[in-house]
Design a protein. Structure first.
Length: 379
């Protein structure tokens, strides 16, 4: 801001203008900070903290006195994370060693005061939920637009996740997914394109039971796999896909046991046209979490690309039942249904296009009326 000089009336006007600007800025900030969610949801912000570790901007949730939980991918193999209490000094938290195989880890931050931990609750399909996490641009915790639980964790799959439509974005990893009563139903983990994921709060008891000094070696090894996988994927994103890099991705990402990393590895192999490796990664992801919408869509895309239309049919049929308004799913289902010899799938997808995206329906009808055979195997 430019310095102001002068005195008398002119100076008073200048100061009045400055005070007006400051008041307007404060009002704008107050409006920006105002939480639009139910009061218990807004109150949950006090139990979520901005942290920095291997991931420079992420979130963590207070679950006990001086005890936080965040995602394993946020810390990788680092033994610490910096915690940024609002209005207070930065605190160095220690990562609690664990052999828990999912994307969660505990942080010990002695002296951190965030009030009582959030009450935990199961997540029911269809329930309204909110993501609470760090806004990267504003560097503070906020509540995002609500969504609903699309699918609960698959039964019999301990590492399966909650699948929901509540808005979340980078910086929210490790944040809280809460219901309308402000109860913790999950820890925000990953997602995109309106299909987001969280790890159910019921897994926190498992995490705590498998955490402590005796797990130091296993925890360090698991963290190294995370770091190597993430760094290799980032390197692949920036440059050409070398064979050795692909092998490193396959080894480290599989060893991480993280389903989201399986998906990212599957996407990498798809771009590299290593189709069988891509399909194997997505199948591995679905073995861990049969309700993983993004994993199943990735697999369907690769099966379609490799002209395995018949194999893609059951995956598209499942997706139509779960995300019936998704444009990409509907267009893919029309194509797979026709070329995979499943007219019922194609007609079902067409009807959903006419309902949700009528602008796309004419082209789909023209495609289905075209008698040309499907293309041959990719070259």
């Amino acid at each position: 801001m430019a310095r102001m000089f002068g005195h008398g009336v002119a100076a008073s006007l200048a100061v009045g203008g400055l005070l007006g600007l400051l008041a307007g800025g404060a009002a704008a900030k107050a409006e920006e900070d105002r939480c639009q969610a139910p009061e218990p949801v807004c109150a949950a912000r006090g139990r979520v903290f901005r942290i920095a570790s291997f991931d420079p901007v992420a979130s963590a949730v207070l679950i006990g006195p001086g005890l936080l939980v965040t995602n394993r991918h946020v810390v990788a193999d680092l033994p610490w994370a910096d915690v940024f209490p609002p209005g207070g000094p930065v605190m160095r938290a220690q990562v609690v060693a664990t052999d828990y195989p999912g994307d969660l880890v505990l942080l010990r931050a002695e002296g951190l005061n965030g009030g009582p931990a959030l009450e935990m609750a199961p997540a029911d399909a269809g329930a309204e939920v909110y993501a609470v996490g760090v806004d990267v641009g504003r560097e503070r915790v906020r509540v995002y637009a609500p969504g609903r639980i699309i699918l609960p964790p698959a039964k019999g799959k301990p590492l399966a996740r909650l699948h929901h439509s509540a808005h979340s974005q980078p910086g929210n990893s490790g944040g809280a997914l809460v219901d309308g009563a402000g109860r913790l139903v999950g820890i925000v983990t990953s997602g995109g394109e309106g299909r987001h994921e969280a790890i159910g709060a019921t897994q926190l008891a498992v995490l705590r039971a498998r955490s402590g000094p005796r797990y130091a070696d296993a925890s360090r090894a698991l963290g190294v796999h995370y770091r190597k996988c993430i760094e290799a994927l980032e390197q692949a994103r920036r440059g050409p896909a070398e064979a050795a890099l692909g092998d490193a991705i396959a080894e480290s990402c599989v060893a991480s046991g993280n389903r989201q990393l399986f998906d990212l590895a599957g996407q990498f192999f798809g771009r590299a046209r290593r189709v069988d490796d891509s399909v194997a990664m997505f199948e591995r992801a679905l073995e861990q979490d049969p309700n993983a919408i993004n994993s199943r869509l990735g697999l369907a895309v690769m099966l379609d690309f490799s002209r395995r239309y018949g194999a893609a049919v059951p995956h598209l049929a499942w997706l139509l039942g779960v995300v019936p308004a998704d444009r990409r799913v509907l267009r893919l289902a029309v194509q797979v249904g026709k070329w995979g010899g499943n007219a019922d799938l194609a007609q079902r997808a067409l009807a959903l296009l006419e309902k949700h995206h009528p602008d796309l329906a004419p082209r789909a009808r023209d495609f289905l009326a075209d008698d040309r055979p499907p293309p041959g195997p990719p070259g």
